[in-house]
Ligand binder design. Structure first.
Ligand code: ATP
Ligand code: MG
Length: 155
């Protein structure tokens, strides 16, 4: 978390089990609850919940297991997800709307529209996705908290 390390107000890590569709959404629900209790603005919670749900689902759908960390700082929320799995061979392709490698089982659960990663990008202010093919995937995103009105001099 580089230079903002000392400003972390809250940190929690959640474990995600790959293939466990019956627990789909449980972690993003917990994150939402924490953000509500922390008094984070509703608009920010909404964006964070969408992005966290998509990130959680991608680990359930495509990885063996993963860890999702939530960081709250005075300026932003940050979610970091590291998983072990087959990874993503072509990040650019994976990021394009409608691209999906979801199999029948995933589609039966209602996922596989190829909209998860584009949805994460749309709902976050910064997003980094990297992957080592056949090893795993690293995703992190940041959502800035609403800025305070700044008082300009001479106004
Ligand atoms: N953590 C991951 N590990 C391996 N592959 C992934 C991971 N996340 C995404 N992918 C790959 O990127 C593709 C696109 O992901 P994206 O979330 O955009 O769509 P989807 O999961 O297929 O469908 P949707 O999210 O709309 O249910 C996936 O089909 C999969 O091939
Ligand atoms: Mg997805």
């Amino acid at each position: 978390m580089d230079k903002t390390d000392h400003n972390i107000l809250f940190h929690k890590m959640f474990h995600i089990e790959g293939g466990n569709f019956t627990s789909a959404g449980l972690i993003s629900d917990q994150v939402k609850k924490i953000l509500k209790e922390a008094g984070i603005p509703k608009k920010v919670i909404r964006r964070a919940s969408i992005a966290t749900f998509e990130a959680e689902m991608n680990v359930i759908c495509y990885a063996t297991q993963g860890d999702l960390s939530l960081f709250i700082t005075p300026l932003f929320l940050k979610i970091v997800v590291d998983d072990e799995g087959h990874g993503i061979p072509d990040i650019h392709l994976a990021m394009s709307e409608g691209y999906s490698t979801a199999d029948e089982k995933i589609r039966e659960w209602g996922f596989g529209a190829g909209m998860g990663l584009p949805n994460i990008r749309r709902n976050t202010d910064e997003m980094v996705l990297t992957s080592t093919f056949r090893q795993g995937t690293h995703l992190e995103f940041v959502i800035y908290l609403e800025r305070q009105e700044t008082q300009l001099p001479f106004e």
